[in-house]
Design a protein around this ligand. Structure first.
Ligand SMILES: Cc1cc2nc3c(=O)[nH]c(=O)nc-3n(C[C@H](O)[C@H](O)[C@H](O)COP(=O)(O)O)c2cc1C
Length: 326
């Protein structure tokens, strides 16, 4: 028994579960583990490091995976590199995907646009996205943070049904286990995109210190902030902030961004040293509220299978003793 949705049919996968394209964290190892377990794994093209991208796409050859990018930071040449590997999907977030639609469709590749509010859903429908991924503010990493998954998904489902019913809807933000997969499908999604839950797997490119900290904190422990964008010199459009662990660095600088800019050299040195030393009190640990539902660092394929089985037991009513957790 498996959950069949429009997403599983259209993308030819067993489970309606996608691993997010987390910049540098979502390697070929992670994406292929997810795809081999019946989900759809996405490689994290992020800001577009060509060498990294070519290596990871090459390493994934033979397994159907997709690739995601931070739209405001890419160009058509980078996209061509990804398209030459015949990805299962291109996933674009944060910025105007319009200039790339024709190039992606010419290559016969489906486009998934990740968006954060209804105005952006409308825009994704207008430019011709094949699937729209709506991300609530509980998500790890960047986003607008103005809407929650629980209200955005059903409103987006209704909007898509009214305007372009053939377009698929994916839900992202706070999806950590079968309970949240079932909830997202019940709210009208055709599938889910999970980041934090796959960050917390053995195949993710994440340090030991960060994984250990994830097991020690709960969903109260994160905050949306721009302090790490400032210290890393990433010029994000101001509407986007990033949800990260609220560690000592965030507590010190969040709300004091002008002072941070004034102390940038010292803060950068401290940050770089912390990254090298795997000191997650100071280095950025990008996780969403779903970190509170991570209780073990598991195999990514097992995560796909257990999420799917739990969602199936809730939605299809297979025998179970109690609603399963993680
Ligand atoms: C460590 C990390 C890095 C991320 N990097 C990216 C990225 O490079 N591009 C992108 O589109 N989304 C990125 N995201 C956001 C995801 O696409 C997705 O929206 C989010 O992880 C979903 O929420 P969740 O973390 O609660 O599952 C990242 C998320 C995390 C946790």
């Amino acid at each position: 028994m498996t959950l069949h949705t429009r997403f599983t049919e259209r993308f030819g996968v067993e489970h309606p579960i996608v691993s997010a394209p987390m910049d540098l964290v979502s390697t070929a190892e992670l994406a292929t583990a997810v795809s081999r377990a019946g989900g759809l794994g996405l490689i994290g093209g992020g800001y577009g490091d060509e060498e990294w991208l070519s290596r990871e796409l090459g390493a994934a050859a033979g397994t159907r995976v997709g690739c995601g990018f931070i739209t405001w930071s890419i160009d058509a040449g980078l996209l061509d590199i990804a398209l030459s590997h015949e990805p299962a999907a291109i996933f674009l977030s944060f910025g105007d995907a319009g200039p790339y639609v024709e190039q992606i469709h010419r290559a016969g590749v489906p486009l998934i646009c990740q968006v954060h509010d209804l105005a952006q859903v409308d825009e994704a429908l207008r430019i011709g996205a094949d699937a729209v991924c709506v991300q609530g503010g509980e998500a790890g990493g960047h986003g607008k943070g103005t809407r929650s998954t629980f209200t955005l998904v059903p409103e987006a489902a209704d909007l898509i049904a009214a305007e372009r019913p053939e377009v698929l809807l994916l839900a992202a933000g706070g999806i950590a286990n079968g309970r949240s997969v079932a909830a997202a499908l019940a709210l009208g999604a055709d599938g889910v995109v999970a980041g934090t839950r796959f960050w917390a797997t053995r195949q993710a490119a994440v340090t030991r210190g960060a994984h250990a900290r994830a097991l020690a904190v709960n969903g109260d422990s994160t905050r949306r902030t721009s302090v790490y964008d400032i210290v890393r010199g990433k010029t994000w459009p101001p509407v986007y902030t990033s949800r990260v662990l609220a560690n000592d660095f965030v507590v010190r600088w969040h709300g004091h961004e002008t002072e941070l800019v004034g102390n940038l050299d010292a803060a950068r040195a401290e940050f770089s040293h912390a990254v090298e030393a795997d000191d997650v009190d100071l280095a950025n640990m990008i996780v969403g509220e779903a970190v509170g539902q991570v209780h073990a660092i598991e195999d990514a394929g097992d995560v796909v299978r257990s999420m799917a089985a739990q969602a199936e037991s809730i939605l299809i009513g297979a025998p179970r003793e109690r609603p399963p957790g993680t």
